[in-house]
Design a protein around this ligand. Structure first.
Ligand SMILES: [Zn+2]
Length: 347
């Protein structure tokens, strides 16, 4: 069933423009006593027999401090030699070493959650390469790669994204079809033993609703949602930052926020606005600045680790509770964020 937002996009846009970012830094953090099993000192350990993570476990983890996730996957695989235009998930399974090395480095750098390379491993994404019948095997093997790579040092999130198809009436995609597509991938991810789910680089609020709806129907795993937004907070396929928070937290999403998009230097107002109306942690996982396209057509992300961490500190003060990096970031960026987090915890 389609969840109907209680607030119209227009109202939200109006609210958004009137948000005073000066006041957004003063957010109270809830301190809960006790942390979930397997989590000590902000580090996470998982052993195979442990029961699946619950939504309460995620909330407790978030209440214990900033959650550090990983950095980019795709832009690092390209640097490691992945050609453009291939099916990323298939390439990773054929060439697992770069992914394993990258995720091992993320876990070592301090990522508490890494995203399994299952990004477009849904029926529609795989069908573009004639691989739709491999969907179960691929999701299973991709999750296992991440699990082996982090060797118990980090949680593994099953990763989902937009299908790239616009929904009715702008496009042809129906809500029911999208729901089936996500339910299928989520059932394979849950079966593969992911600790939680993440929907990232989502292009619209409604398609993100479909992922949360699907997760609710298939399993009770925690789900984080992040959209790719313009600097004004709007999403390409409809909806905006505030609508995303209002609707997704109501549906039971466990964190909501922004990934990819612009650099961290352009997100303060958006993060502050989202935080002001949220009851769940806000995710900030931006690119290393706005890409510069080289004469060869390659995207280059210009922001160095120091500048990235400096701008991320502003986003943390604006209310970000889950931090990481997207395109152009790598393990050294996560190390800088881990250092930042530690310095903020001490002060
Ligand atoms: Zn990105």
């Amino acid at each position: 069933m389609l969840f109907q937002p209680q607030i119209s996009p227009l109202e939200l846009t109006e609210n958004f423009s009137s948000i005073n970012i000066e006041n957004a830094g003063e957010h109270a953090r809830i301190h809960l006593s006790g942390v979930p099993k397997g989590i000590t000192n902000g580090h996470l350990a998982r052993n195979e027999d442990e029961i699946t993570m619950t939504k309460q476990d995620f909330a407790t983890l978030a209440a214990s401090g900033l959650i550090l996730v990983d950095g980019a996957t795709g832009s690092n695989l390209i640097l490691a030699g992945m050609p453009r235009g291939v099916c990323t998930e298939h390439w990773v399974l054929e060439h697992p070493e770069p992914l394993i090395k990258l995720q091992a480095e993320y876990a070592e750098a301090g990522s508490q959650i890494v995203y399994a390379p299952t990004f477009t491993a849904n029926r529609l994404g795989l069908a573009a390469f004639g691989l739709e019948n491999e969907i179960g095997r691929m999701n299973r093997e991709l999750v296992k790669l991440s699990r082996d790579a982090v060797s118990g040092k980090a949680l593994v999130a099953g990763d989902l994204t937009t299908t790239g198809q616009m929904m009715e009436p702008q496009g042809d995609m129906t809500y029911d079809r999208l729901l089936e597509i996500y339910k299928e991938q989520i059932s394979y991810l849950a079966e593969a033993g992911v600790d939680l789910l993440v929907a990232e680089t989502m292009l619209g609020v409604e398609e993100t609703i479909a992922v949360v709806d699907a997760a609710n129907e298939v399993c009770g795993l925690p789900i984080m949602c992040s959209l790719t937004l313009e600097a004004d907070g709007s999403a390409m396929y409809g909806g905006n930052a505030l609508e995303a928070v209002e609707v997704l937290q109501e549906m039971g999403a466990d964190a909501v926020g922004v990934n990819c998009s612009v650099g961290p230097d352009q997100l303060e107002a958006i993060i502050a606005g989202m935080h002001a109306i949220s009851r769940i942690p806000i995710i900030a996982k931006p690119n290393a600045g706005m890409p510069v396209i080289t004469p060869e057509g390659e995207a280059h992300y210009p922001m160095n680790t120091e500048d990235f961490a400096r701008h991320m500190e502003v986003l943390i003060h604006a209310g970000a509770g889950v931090i990481g990096g997207c395109c152009g970031t790598g393990p050294e960026y996560i190390r800088a964020l881990a250092k930042l987090r530690n310095s903020m915890t001490k002060s």
